[in-house]
Design a protein around this ligand. Structure first.
Ligand code: GTP
Ligand code: ZN
Length: 363
């Protein structure tokens, strides 16, 4: 029997300590989830698993349940005798959550324990700094460290200008430029992987996330998994892995939820981008566009340059998000403040991320 090195899978010393406090249970990492059924990898291989009755009873919010990337304690490390039972969820270092507007109940965890999140944007036509800002906000609030990945460099002729504009909205964030036509870009991504490191990708549809992931993963992702169902029969599945361990070390998480998260965000940006741009010209920085003097948004509506329906949609979204009266940047700031408690804590997180990047770059 070949054993799996859980350290390569991200099991850190402190997680191991935590795991050891649960006697008679085995530590595993969640590879995929479909409704109540999980696939968990332990030192001895993969098992199908579900949470215990007590776990369910104790869970208060959806985020109390395990998600892809989580480390859990299970009662067995083989499939003999049916599904394994998940008794505990170990401490998370980062968490991506989707939240239906204004309702904590409908939150959904889409990935846990991501170290680095690659915020992907194409250098082709649809280069939108506001979108990057939002994705970065999303990344920071998860607890993972974002790295901006600019894709499709082959389609871009003014790279240096775009880089300097990016620098203005993403100070201190590492930037990697990639093109599927050359090798250097995705190899730069590789430097963020390595034994025990977990990465994930966010970005609008079509920016080239799959292309990058396939390059990192090689053939593994396309390979179909040989899994065994409850009664031990071998069964062939074509389900795509949501958490993939790279041959050279490191873990890539790519869940449908992560992709939808990006979609949701992209839609939000599409709704807000023009209003955001206009709002920068309002007389008051905190203008709510509800009749303040010198409001550029109101002027644009009056001049027929902005569809009033669009402004109404924007207001509705703000209201739904329970951030009535805030413009989109404030909404974002509010979310960050909620996550980090204080502006200071956020700054601290940014500072330590910058430090990390600097160290990685060797100066
Ligand atoms: N010119 C060019 N095209 C690229 C590059 N990378 C990816 N593409 C193309 O862009 C298209 C979309 O790439 P994907 O990797 O599927 O994009 P994605 O982000 O995974 O999209 P979703 O699966 O919808 O989330 C494909 O046709 C790729 O071949 C690149 O560096 N340069
Ligand atoms: Zn205004």
């Amino acid at each position: 029997m070949n054993t799996i090195n859980m350290k390569n899978l991200g099991l850190s010393g402190s997680l191991l300590d935590e795991a050891r406090s649960f006697r008679d249970l085995y530590v595993g990492r969640v590879l995929s989830q479909s409704k109540d059924l999980y696939r968990v990898v332990t030192e001895r291989g993969e098992v199908a698993a579900e949470v215990s009755g007590k776990f369910r009873f104790d869970a208060v919010t959806p985020s109390d349940y395990p998600a892809v990337g989580d480390f859990v304690m299970v009662d067995r490390d083989d499939d003999e005798g049916g599904n394994a039972v998940i008794h505990r969820l170990l401490r998370r270092k980062s968490l991506f959550v989707r939240r239906a507007a204004g309702t904590a109940k409908e939150e959904q965890v889409v990935a846990a324990n991501v170290d680095t999140v690659f915020v992907c944007m194409a250098l082709g036509g649809d280069y939108n700094l506001r979108r990057v800002e939002r994705y970065l906000g999303l990344a920071w609030s998860s607890g993972a460290v974002p790295v901006v990945v600019l894709t499709k460099a082959d389609l871009c002729r003014d790279l240096s200008e775009r880089l300097s504009r990016l620098e203005a909205v993403a100070p201190g964030v590492a930037v990697v430029v990639t093109s599927s036509l050359t090798d250097d870009g995705w190899q730069a991504l590789r430097s963020y992987l390595g034994p025990g490191r977990t990465v994930a990708f966010i970005g609008s549809s079509g920016v080239g996330k799959s292309t990058l992931i396939n390059r990192l993963v090689g053939r593994d992702l396309l390979a179909t998994g040989e899994v065994r169902d409850g009664d031990g029969r071998g069964r062939h599945t074509t389900t795509r892995r949501e958490l993939v361990v790279l041959a050279g070390g490191g873990v890539v998480i790519d869940t449908p939820g992560m992709r939808e998260l990006a979609l949701e965000r992209a839609d939000l940006v599409r709704t807000f981008a023009d209003i955001d741009d206009l709002a920068t010209q309002c007389r008051f920085r905190d203008c709510t566009h509800k009749g303040e003097p010198g409001c550029a948004v109101a002027r644009a509506v009056a001049d027929g340059l902005l569809d009033p329906g669009r402004l109404a949609g924007y207001r509705k979204l703000c209201k739904e998000a329970l951030y009535e009266g805030l413009h989109s940047r404030q909404v974002e700031a509010e979310k960050m403040a909620m996550m980090f408690g204080t502006k200071g804590a956020m700054k601290e997180a940014r500072r330590s991320a910058r430090e990390k990047n600097r160290r990685r770059q060797g100066y």
